[in-house]
Each structure stands twice: as structure tokens, then as C-alpha cells.
Write a protein that binds this ligand. Structure first.
Ligand code: GRF
Length: 234
């Protein structure tokens, strides 16, 4: 039985799309099915993407008594096994975090723990990276706990920062890598290939499968997709 995945998204949902597309490419080899897309915003582009792919959609309740259902009810109703956050801006309630330990993942557009935490989302992350003058940023896929951007790291991939970058050009370079890394991580977690336990054993302190032999330089190397796939073993 394939894992039943809920994707939570507050925005446009390009990472959701990357997951859907990757699962279509994997076909019968995919580790799970996206059976629910839920958002805190009724206008989220991610919900429209779900509609186009005939995936169930829901708006998550903001306050008790509104028309929408709370997250725990949605998860139970749709018999969800794995939750993938994709640009979801709200904290996951503690009871859901507890019930889904090792089964909630997120993608963040920096090398955590740098440039993460409350308020660090969207272009704010990339503006902070440029303001700090760092030369390397990247993508982090991690398990989710009850604090923003803090759970155990599953995979990181570096992305260079160029002197000519503004937040927009940097965001685009990072997003391209997110779209390659995150669907593979979601698939690995859904299939049980990456768990909280194996995560710690692989390379040690919390980082799995970042193989320095697969260098990204030059970053726009046509082998980027291939290298990320190799590093993740899929
Ligand atoms: C991505 O940069 C992701 O890392 C962050 O929010 C953004 C969502 O973008 N958590 P999209 O909605 O998937 O296009």
C-alpha cells in the first residue's frame, strides 16, 4: 500500500507541482500518492493546481466555528500517512506533530539553521542571505517539529550566491534545486527509505546522503538534476 500524502501550502505551490510531476514520472515506483492539498488561504494557487490534477482540496480552519475543518480532522478524514509542507506558513499544531513524528517534512530555501525561523520565508530569506554577504546558500529538506525550521535535517544541497544576485535571481536559482530535491525526499519518506532513525545513522549529525563527490560547481551544470538524483539514490 502506498502512503497517503497531504501537501500543505500557503502560496503558489510550485513545489507541490514538482511533487505531482515527479510522482507521475515515477509511475508505479512512487512511494506515495498526494491525496489531499490543504491550505490556510482559500486563494492559494496550490489549491488550483490540486483541482487541475483532480486531488482533494481543503481550506484549513483558522478559528473554531468557521466553515473549514481543522487540520487534525482533515488528516483523519483523508487517512493521511505523511504530511509534506510546501510553502506552508503556519505552525503545525503540537498534537499533529506528536502523532506524525518522522512523517512530516518541509523544504526551506536556505542551509538551515542559517536564515530560518519565524518570519524567514519567501524573499525575506534571500534578502537576508544577500545582506549577510554569504557566498553559498542552498536548500534544506527536514522533518518538522513544533518550531519553525528546526526539525532534523534530511538533506541539504548547496547553491552559490553571485555578486550580481538580487533576491529574485537568487530565489529562482534556489527554487530550481528545491524542485529537484524535495519531490525525491517526499518520495523517500513516503516509501520509508528515509526515517527519523535512518536519518541519524547515515552520515551523522542529522544529514543524510549529501555526497560531496557530486559537486555542483559550476552550478548551472546540465548534470544538476542527475547529481541530485544520484545523491538521493533515486
Ligand atoms: C519555497 O521557497 C519553499 O522553500 C518555502 O516556500 C516557498 C514555496 O514556494 N518553504 P511554492 O509555493 O512551492 O512555489
Amino acid at each position: 500500500m502506498r502512503a497517503r500524502i497531504a501537501v500543505l501550502a500557503s502560496g503558489g505551490g510550485s513545489n507541490l507541482q514538482a511533487i505531482i510531476d515527479h510522482f507521475i514520472t515515477l509511475g508505479e515506483r512512487r512511494g506515495g500518492d498526494v491525496v489531499l492539498v490543504a491550505s490556510d488561504r482559500a486563494s492559494a494557487g496550490a489549491l488550483e493546481r490540486a483541482r487541475r490534477h483532480d486531488i482533494a482540496r481543503a481550506v484549513i480552519s483558522e478559528t473554531p466555528g468557521d466553515d473549514a475543518a481543522p487540520l487534525d480532522v482533515l488528516i483523519a478524514d483523508h487517512e493521511i500517512d505523511v504530511i509534506a509542507l510546501a510553502g506552508y506558513l503556519r505552525l503545525i499544531p503540537a498534537p499533529v506533530v506528536d502523532a506524525f513524528e518522522g512523517r512530516i517534512v518541509n523544504v526551506h530555501p536556505s542551509l538551515l539553521p542559517a536564515f530560518g525561523g519565524p518570519g524567514m520565508y519567501g524573499q525575506r530569506v534571500h534578502r537576508a542571505v544577500i545582506a549577510a554577504g554569504v557566498r553559498v546558500t542552498g536548500v534544506t529538506a527536514h522533518f518538522v517539529d513544533d518550531e519553525y525550521d528546526r526539525g532534523r535535517i534530511i538533506m541539504q544541497w548547496p547553491v552559490p550566491v553571485f555578486a550580481s544576485d538580487d533576491a529574485g535571481t537568487l530565489a529562482a536559482r534556489v527554487l530550481r534545486v528545491e524542485h529537484l530535491v524535495y519531490p525525491r525526499v517526499v518520495d523517500a519518506v513516503a516509501a520509508g527509505r528515509t526515517t527519523l532513525e535512518t536519518c541519524g545513522e547515515a552520515i551523522g549529525p542529522g544529514i543524510v546522503d549529501v555526497r560531496p563527490s557530486f559537486t555542483l560547481l559550476p552550478h548551472e551544470d546540465s548534470r544538476l538534476a542527475e547529481n541530485i538524483a544520484l545523491a538521493l539514490g533515486c
